[in-house]
Write a protein that binds this ligand. Sequence first.
Ligand code: FES
Ligand code: FES
Length: 404
Amino acid sequence: MNKVALIVNGSPATATVEPRTHLADFLRETQNLTGTHIGCEHGVCGACTLLIDGVPARSCITFAAMCEGAHITTVEGLDNDEIAAELRAAFSREHGLQCGYCTPGMIVSARDVVMRMDNPSEHDIRVAMSGNLCRCTGYVGIVRAIQSVVADRRSRGIAAIRDGGRKELGPVGSGHAAAAIAVAGTPARTPDKKKSAAAAPAASSAKSDADFKPQTSFVQSFTVAHPADVVWDFFGRVGEVASCLPGASLNGEPVDGHVQGMIKVKVGPIAADFHGVADVTRDEATRSGTIIGSGKDARSNSATKGVISYTVKPGENPAQTRVDVTIGFTLTGMLAQFSRSGLVQDVANRLIGAFVQNLEARLAHQGDGAPAPAVAAEFDAGSLMTSMIKDRIKQLFAKLFGRT
Ligand code: FES
Ligand code: FES
């Protein structure tokens, strides 16, 4: 993790993020500046365009750590900007937006055109704005809006600024490269292979990284229709608990609190088998426990590390138990896209729902000799997300039309 310090919309902004965190995620997730939209995340659509040291840049393909010390201006920071205000009025007047998804990026790029280009033709504007895609308007209103602002400003004697405020040669943000390397602590070109190998996480123990701070964490609570004594006992049988989690299995019960196992996850076309280790601790006095685990999937080159803490408490009546769970994890590699907080929270709700259902079924059949209820052999996050999206659409319709 890297501590990154930027000046965002004129104020200092600091957060500790992964080296791979791009600037758009930094702003949206750590600064709550959601005006910077994310579309393609490939530098193609322009929805995430903002200003780095006054120059338009794609924040989805710019690492936050590489901008150390830079002045970032998002669409929120253009509230009182004269050109942006004129553009906002012109976009409304000329029907330059419909859903508005592309608009923050459009305003930032259009502002650069208005500032830099003296007397651009319609063709010049279309070329200059070709890095910003709009799926709604057909661009006619957008181009007209920009033309009208340019014409109005020139008629008021406000000339273009040829360099548009650029102060450095080279790619946007490159003026800060040296500082960024110092912050990341990364040697520029020649990594010390021996040192890297020594620093690699030990596979034999998940506890070894005492300083581990999860990138995403959340708290969940659920109620089980069985007494607290029964639930607490069950939580002590780690293999059985794992078998309630879709896709999870252990190689055996913990030895000295240490256990190995795997979880099968499917996200869209990506199927991953995370093989890993976990350290399990339990405290009878407080009826609480902790599981610290880490795992890797070789196929998707993804890795995860996480901490689960839980407390078992009596429920509202003696036949019920309340379980409070805190989950924190960091996901890296191809599946890291999956760790967006809102999405994770939704999926976690459903995963815990499935876990509770399986837990109830197992507790209900405890000791009656009946075979254990079947649990999904794979955690299919993709289908969970599809049903989640359906639910959200349903909720939206219910809100709009007052029915489901
Ligand atoms: S989200 Fe950055 S260019 Fe599309
Ligand atoms: S207004 Fe909808 S994408 Fe441009």
